[in-house]
Design a protein around this ligand. Structure first.
Ligand SMILES: *Cc1c(COP(=O)(O)O)cnc(C)c1O
Length: 385
């Protein structure tokens, strides 16, 4: 075996071993790519605006538009022609670009987000040099609407770019979108002085499929929001990091500059863009379909409730927010945190019951975790209750 082939073998073994025990990140590791292998040998570059195309021939802008339309339907756009969207590099790029679209429309606006918002939101405020205000959260991790109203009273006069979260990273909490919009109204921040983005990296692909979820937490443009983004490698399960952003078309039109040599509009952060991510998204959405994702969401949500119940039955103070796939519990010792790849902070860890988390993996994890939990030296090993 050549040296390179040996390296690739090592990487494959490492990835497969890591996947077998993975329960901590919101990544769906199930998917076998339905994209035909020969395509992986071609450069596929969706340079330029998805709706305008470019002079470069090896693109899949047509498939990108189909992907974007799929999400326009899922997120309840009244009329797709008045919306714009694109496939992005990850949930982070979706957030950054959405907040940029908001800032360009409202140059004096303050960025408002909760203290449980993803770190990419605060990073975007630094990159965009936007003044930012953080709003306190409830114990669940959802934005505190009374605290939001207070902040809006302070900064609303200059305009507001509000970043809400559908499924916070640590506790899977859902900001109440309808209540936040009502708070903007009652604080006098009229629609012409606000831009509302929903960061739905994980759960904008989960809660629309849970029929019992209240409408007010489900990202839907009919509620009066301006953009939504999600990650492709989380619930959808693409084999590379990517994401999707949808926004009202007027905001994209405002930043579009026509680049004659490309024969395209400059409406995206990246110039060259990953066509393989588009192929992977398109293939997953078509092969799995709404019914497949609805089945995944229902099963994973039930698994998260079952997982929580088993921890509670053993006396572990586990927490699970309604309609979340995320379960929070005291952080176990380092060896378990590493083996199961648990994201942890302030003595708490979480598991995310993604489609690729098998019953067998849940059983193994809980056996190891409860072994530690019931052991005499728990207080020495970890954070305790
Ligand atoms: C994961 C996550 C992101 C970032 O998405 P990436 O695809 O990792 O860039 C943003 N927001 C939330 C709430 C997330 O959970």
């Amino acid at each position: 075996m050549s040296r390179d082939a040996g390296k690739f073998q090592d990487v494959l073994r490492r990835v497969q071993a890591a996947r077998a025990d993975h329960i901590g990140y919101p990544y769906n590791l199930t998917a076998r790519s339905p994209v035909p292998a020969p395509l992986s040998h071609c450069l596929i570059n969706n340079v330029g605006d998805p709706f305008t195309g470019s002079n470069f021939g090896s693109d899949v802008h047509d498939l990108e538009r189909e992907v974007v339309h799929w999400f326009m339907k899922l997120w309840d756009c009244e009329d797709p022609d008045t919306y714009w969207g694109s496939v992005v590099a990850s949930g982070t790029e979706g957030n950054l670009w959405a907040l940029y679209l908001g800032r360009e429309a409202l140059p004096n606006a303050t960025l408002v987000h909760s203290d449980a918002a993803h770190y990419s939101i605060a990073k975007a405020s630094r990159i965009l040099r936007m003044p930012a205000r953080t709003v306190a959260t409830l114990p669940s991790g959802a934005i505190d609407i009374a605290a939001l109203r207070q902040v809006l009273t302070d900064v609303g006069h200059g305009g507001v770019v509000l970043a809400l979260t559908c499924g916070t990273t640590m506790t899977g909490a859902h900001d109440d979108i309808a209540d936040a919009l009502a708070a903007l109204d009652t604080s006098g921040v009229t629609p012409d002085r606000r831009f509302v983005h929903v960061d739905g990296a994980l759960d904008a692909m989960v809660v629309p499929f849970l029929s019992e979820a209240p409408h007010s937490i489900v990202p839907g443009f009919r509620l009066g929001i301006d953009s939504v983004s999600t990650s492709g490698h989380k619930m959808i399960g693409t084999e590379m990091p990517c994401g999707v952003l949808v926004a009202r078309r007027s905001y994209a039109a405002r930043v579009a500059e026509t680049i004659p040599y490309l024969r395209s509009d400059d409406t995206t952060l990246m110039g060259s863009r990953n066509g393989h991510a588009v192929l992977s998204l398109w293939a997953r959405l078509n092969a799995h379909g709404r019914a497949g994702f609805a089945a995944d969401a229902g099963r994973c949500h039930a698994n998260a409730m079952g997982f929580t119940a088993r921890l509670l039955a053993a006396g572990v103070p586990a927490r699970h927010n309604p309609f979340a796939l995320t379960v929070v519990f005291p952080q176990p010792p380092e060896a378990l945190t590493r083996r199961y790849q648990l994201a942890s902070q302030h003595g708490l860890s979480h598991a995310v019951l993604m489609p690729s988390v098998s019953d067998d993996l849940v059983d193994r994890f809980l056996a190891d975790y409860l072994d530690w939990w019931t052991s005499a030296d728990r207080s020495v090993a970890g954070s305790g209750a």
